[in-house]
Design a protein around this ligand. Structure first.
Ligand SMILES: Cc1cc2nc3c(=O)[nH]c(=O)nc-3n(C[C@H](O)[C@H](O)[C@H](O)COP(=O)(O)O)c2cc1C
Length: 255
């Protein structure tokens, strides 16, 4: 059985969750990074006896459109697939059902779905430090259940009911575009790492704000902590979401 982990994880939370699941299976894992703008995704072909884990964060209760675009170019052949949506303890709304629709359209068959929590990549006070030890244990127990399902009947695996609504909630950008500060040395790491190619490689201080998806990768990757978003806007958003984000939410398995 060949395991592939296909993930969109701008700031690493989704990857931590995906790793906690696939590492439990104890099999070699082929990692595909959906945040890489230069990959030819149409060359990725999966067979019926492969297993794919496809994971994306929830951005405003939806799958980031860059991730769905890139998934739409991948080819499955009725390949069994575990989908994972990772969110920052507010809500994931239509993310899991949208991800399910996207992978099925590309030829995968959803055999299990997980909604999991990771630290909020904008408002770090929410779900801080997650996935933590308790989460990882829980994700590992989900992974064991999924493996049991796969081993019990590889020829006819069922698809679980996935939560969410169609039509999906309206996608809304959050308008938080990180800017380079005075200590930016033009090293260009942010431009090379930007999943949306929104930062000029020639002059990293120049941003295409229409392309920016506010994923915060440039903010976490900058070696000089030069790239920042508007602190007042983040504080206001954090205050508005305090009630929805403060109580610890659990991880969920649909199988
Ligand atoms: C633009 C944006 C929108 C987000 N929207 C939501 C949301 O609607 N609900 C939520 O609980 N978390 C939300 N988050 C938090 C992320 O889903 C969460 O931090 C996730 O772990 C980020 O994945 P990553 O670390 O792999 O980049 C959002 C984060 C960003 C950057």
């Amino acid at each position: 059985m060949k395991v592939s982990q296909i993930i969109f994880s701008p700031t690493g939370g989704t990857e931590k969750v995906a790793d906690a699941i696939t590492s439990t299976w104890g099999l070699p894992v082929n990692k595909i990074d959906l945040s890489n703008a230069e990959t030819d995704y149409s060359s990725l072909i999966f067979e019926k006896d492969d297993i794919a884990l496809i994971a994306a964060p929830s951005f405003g209760g939806r799958v980031p459109s860059l991730a769905t675009q890139r998934i739409s170019n991948i080819h499955g052949s009725h390949t069994p697939c575990v989908i994972v949506c990772v969110y920052g303890n507010r809500a994931y709304e239509d993310t899991l059902i949208e991800l399910s629709d996207a992978v099925e359209k590309s030829g995968f068959q959803v055999i299990a779905a997980i909604a999991a929590i990771a630290e909020h990549s904008i408002m770090h006070q929410y779900a801080a430090g997650r996935p933590d030890t308790k989460d990882k244990k829980e994700l590992s127990s989900f992974a064991k259940k999924i493996l049991e399902k796969i081993n019990s009947n590889l020829t006819s695996l069922s698809t679980p009911q996935i939560p969410g609504n169609r039509p999906y909630k309206k996608a809304a950008g959050i308008g938080l575009v990180p800017k380079a500060g005075n200590n930016c040395t033009d090293c260009g790491l942010c431009a090379r790492q930007c999943p949306a190619q929104a930062i000029s490689k020639e002059n990293p201080k120049v941003m295409d704000s229409k392309r920016c998806i506010s994923c915060m990768r440039c903010v976490v990757q900058c070696p000089r902590s030069s790239r920042k978003v508007n602190g007042a806007m983040v504080s206001a958003a954090a205050l508005a979401m305090k009630k929805a984000c403060s109580t610890r939410k659990g991880n969920e398995l649909y199988i």
